[in-house]
Design a protein around this ligand. Structure first.
Ligand SMILES: [Zn+2]
Length: 72
């Protein structure tokens, strides 16, 4: 079965939130990446921070960042 793009991206665990700067644990490479999100409290899908080094499929799929309840 050929992989295809879908909304079923994995979720990245949120490690820290500094303003709109969010640090997540990457489900692809296991390292931490930091992203700046548009809206805190709303799930956002981002391309992996390691996108240059991961497969095109991972880059397309990305991961979800959920900041609900992570901010003060
Ligand atoms: Zn990564």
């Amino acid at each position: 079965m050929a992989p295809r793009m879908s909304a079923d991206a994995p979720e990245a665990a949120v490690l820290a939130v500094h303003g709109r700067r969010v640090e997540v644990a990457c489900p692809y490479c296991g390292n931490a990446h930091s992203h700046s999100v548009e809206h805190l409290g709303t799930p956002e899908r981002h391309a992996p921070g390691c996108g240059m080094f991961t497969s095109p499929q991972h880059r397309l799929t990305g991961y979800w960042i959920r900041t609900e309840g992570k901010t003060r």
